[in-house]
Design a protein around this ligand. Structure first.
Ligand code: PMP
Length: 284
């Protein structure tokens, strides 16, 4: 079965339907979608899906690439070209392809994909006659930050929010405590003691974090792994973040409060030096 898939204005056999590996939908889950039912070759609740799509795009500061009339025409064309009687139309719009960066690209062309799924007898589901069973699970969407997934839309949005506030990056706060940076682990230093969030499902277990804490302890620096608040951070002597791409990056202000004299602190600079030196030596 070869379906006809819509990709950026073209109707293609599914084997030929492709999007870039640099697409932000693939790299950051920076995308929205809708699923519309088709019964007897007609679209069910189309206006509702079109309205929600428009709202979702707006919330992500993405242009709606098509008008509602154009969306309707594309949906109908997909029904016709695929001879769809009963089934679903899946539609996805991504922010488009751009070099990988948490910040939204200045100019990117949205990627638009639609495909159909044939579900003969969709409205006559046997399950509707018997009913279904449910099991309860904790709603932790998304509370497994210890898994390095590509579900990066919120970190990307947080970085943009921070930029709008005149900052370079965001520190994420949950229940009053800093968890981590948008794409790095967060640290404060007070009276010579380094404080960083303890490991758990709330943060990514940074590879750089592990190395930096090891080097800090080896250099007889005191380390406390525990939650800290923004207020505590604002009263700290210095702060920094760590990641594979930024190594140890000094932080000089938190929500506008300048730390110390507003220049990179000695602990951050020392740890950056040690980290780079030791890591270069051990580099493979
Ligand atoms: N926290 C988050 C949320 C991250 O995305 C990253 C890096 N991508 C880190 C921490 C730092 O991890 P690492 O030192 O392994 O790069």
């Amino acid at each position: 079965m070869s379906r006809i898939v819509y990709v950026n204005g073209e109707y293609l056999p599914e084997e030929a339907a492709k999007v870039s590996v640099f697409d932000r939908g693939f790299l950051f889950a920076d995308a929205v979608y809708e699923v519309t039912s088709v019964l007897g070759g007609k679209l069910i609740d189309f206006a509702g899906h079109a309205a929600r799509l428009s709202r979702s795009l707006g919330e992500l500061e993405m242009e709606n690439p098509l008008t509602e009339a154009e969306w309707l025409a594309v949906h109908r064309e997909m029904v016709a070209r695929n001879g769809l009687e009963d089934g679903l139309i899946y539609l996805q719009v991504t922010r488009g392809a751009a070099d990988r960066d948490f910040a939204f690209p200045e100019a990117a062309t949205p990627t638009v994909v639609l495909f159909t799924q044939s579900k003969p007898g969709l409205a006559e589901s046997p399950a509707a006659k018997t009913g279904i069973k449910v099991a309860s699970v904790p709603d932790i969407r998304w509370g497994r930050r210890d898994i390095k997934t590509v579900q990066l839309l919120y970190p990307s949005m947080a970085k943009m929010a921070a930029k709008k506030l005149g900052a370079d990056d965001a520190w994420l706060v949950e229940d009053g405590f800093v968890t981590e940076g948008s794409s790095n682990n967060a640290y404060i230093v007070k009276g010579g003691t380094i404080v960083t969030r303890n490991l758990g499902t709330e943060i990514l277990h940074g590879i750089t974090r592990a190395a930096v804490l090891r080097f800090a302890r080896e250099a007889q620096m005191k380390v406390e792994e525990r939650p800290f608040t923004v207020e505590e951070a604002q009263g700290a002597d210095e702060a920094f973040v760590t990641s594979a791409s930024a190594f140890v990056m000094p932080v000089v202000a938190v929500d506008g409060a300048v730390l110390g004299d507003g220049t990179p602190g000695p602990v951050a600079l020392r740890l950056r030096e040690i980290y780079l030196e030791e890591s270069r030596k051990a580099a493979v």
